[in-house]
Design a protein. Structure first.
Length: 454
């Protein structure tokens, strides 16, 4: 791996901070995404389409989205997503990728997002403490009526929803073309303000340009990244977008003073003057400064002959150490790694990764949790950070090892763990190409990173 053009470190962790990341692809994956592109026999089913404008579709503090006022305890709201903000009509999207923000709950609670027309599952999409503001990236299957439901468990809270993109259920290429497939990337630290220019003041940001080589650069459509706000001086938010247009009315991370808050984001890319895919990350707060770290965990790219395509699943809890779901019951202790197997209901032979949430439940000390493919070395990163007594969830793309096994590591104290799954990434080869073995599913090697302050 070549060093970046500037002093930005590609190290996978920084002392005192662990950040979400997906691990490397299984051994058979080849580092390439190039190919002749879609043929007449290919469809858009399972490919990803980013949404780049009009991203906010619900804010219960206003009338946007059709529900004005806080959502009460044990109540739910059916949010229209089909045909909204550039999304396809009806249920032509198999799942939508949303940034879900809970605002100032009156009691400790959780929110569950799930497809309309189905029984509410025993999963949580976001967990919140009283009076907090927290975001989480969620991938939610869409109901047959083009809606998703949002359920609040306790107290009352406001909800804000920003749409990031969608996966196609039907062949929407007549309207949208063929979307992008997913490619697993080894975690890379793209930017850390603590070692590159200092904290971002309110309104300040960076453009991050990644070089995969001229052929692959042209195919990249979005980055899957983890963005972490580190010890902000006050409350605010961070927004990530392609940087080529005005900053959208959407947030990627919400933070309050002194927190370390990660959130995963799928960010559409633009192209800089050198032809490299680029995103912008800006501190959108009115007065607070914050340090920011950005890690890449995967890319979405078009025109590949093979890659990973998304299959939606009924939201399912596959691990809960409080009751033994997943094969282990009890607390996970400090410096302990536990092995779990993804059941056949969520993972099949060509499944490379699961899409869902990891939740740390009431740790006895400040800690971080790392979930990674069994058989891989544990990466020096994490899927989420939690303080003592907190219950917190964060989005995760969980790579699977042989036998669809994955490992979970707890750094300090002891905690219970819950893992919820809403979809999977399966290996796919364009039918007209007919590749039978070793289809490439990993991202190309990242050559360099360019950081430019905005």
């Amino acid at each position: 791996m070549r060093r970046p053009r500037r002093s930005t470190s590609l190290a996978l962790a920084v002392a005192g901070l662990a950040v979400i990341a997906a691990t490397g692809a299984p051994a058979q994956a080849a580092p390439a995404i190039t190919g002749p592109g879609a043929s007449a026999s290919d469809t858009a089913i399972g490919t990803y389409f980013p949404i780049t404008k009009d991203q906010r579709i619900l804010d219960t503090r206003s009338t946007l989205g059709g529900h004005k006022g806080a959502l009460g305890a044990k109540s739910e709201f059916a949010l229209q997503v089909g045909g909204v903000a550039g999304l396809p009509t009806g249920d032509n999207a198999s799942a939508v990728v949303l940034n879900l923000t809970g605002v100032s709950p009156t009691a400790a609670t959780y929110v569950t997002a799930y497809p309309s027309g189905t029984t509410r599952p025993t999963v949580s999409s976001i967990n919140l403490a009283p009076k907090s503001v927290r975001s989480n990236l969620v991938t939610v299957p869409v109901g047959a009526d083009g809606k998703v439901k949002l359920f609040n468990n306790a107290g009352s809270l406001n909800l804000v929803v920003d749409v990031m993109g969608f996966y196609a259920r039907t062949d929407v290429q007549g309207t949208y073309g063929i979307g992008s497939m997913y490619y697993i990337s080894n975690p890379e630290r793209l930017f850390d303000s603590r070692s590159d220019g200092g904290a971002l003041a309110a309104g300040d940001g960076v453009d991050l340009s990644l070089d995969y080589g001229p052929t692959d650069n042209a195919n990249v459509r979005a980055f899957a990244v983890n963005i972490t706000a580190i010890s902000p001086t006050g409350s605010g938010y961070i927004t990530a977008w392609d940087g080529s247009t005005a900053m959208p009315n959407a947030s990627s991370v919400n933070f309050v003073k002194g927190q370390v808050v990660p959130n995963m984001a799928v960010v559409p890319t633009s192209t800089n003057d050198a032809g490299e895919p680029t995103i912008a990350v800006v501190n959108g707060s009115s007065s607070a400064a914050t340090n920011v770290a950005v890690d890449i965990v995967g890319i979405y790219a078009a025109n590949g002959t093979s890659g990973l395509r998304f299959t939606p699943l009924a939201p399912t809890r596959i691990v809960d150490t409080r009751n033994g779901t997943g094969g282990f019951k009890g607390l996970i202790g400090a410096k302990v790694t536990k092995k779990f197997q993804a059941p056949g209901s969520v993972a099949i032979d060509p499944t490379f990764a699961l899409v869902g949430n990891a939740t740390a439940i009431s740790p006895t000390a400040a800690t971080f949790l790392t979930v990674f493919a069994d058989g891989d070395a544990r990466p020096a990163v994490s899927n989420l950070n939690a303080v003592a007594g907190e219950t917190v969830a964060n989005a995760a793309v969980v790579n699977l090892g042989p036998g669809n096994l994955f490992d979970a590591y707890n750094n300090a104290g002891s905690l219970n763990l819950a893992m919820d799954v809403a979809g999977r990434f399966d290996e796919f080869t364009v039918p007209a190409v007919g590749l039978a073995t070793s289809a490439p599913t990993s991202a190309p090697v990242l050559g360099s990173v360019q950081v430019a302050r905005r």
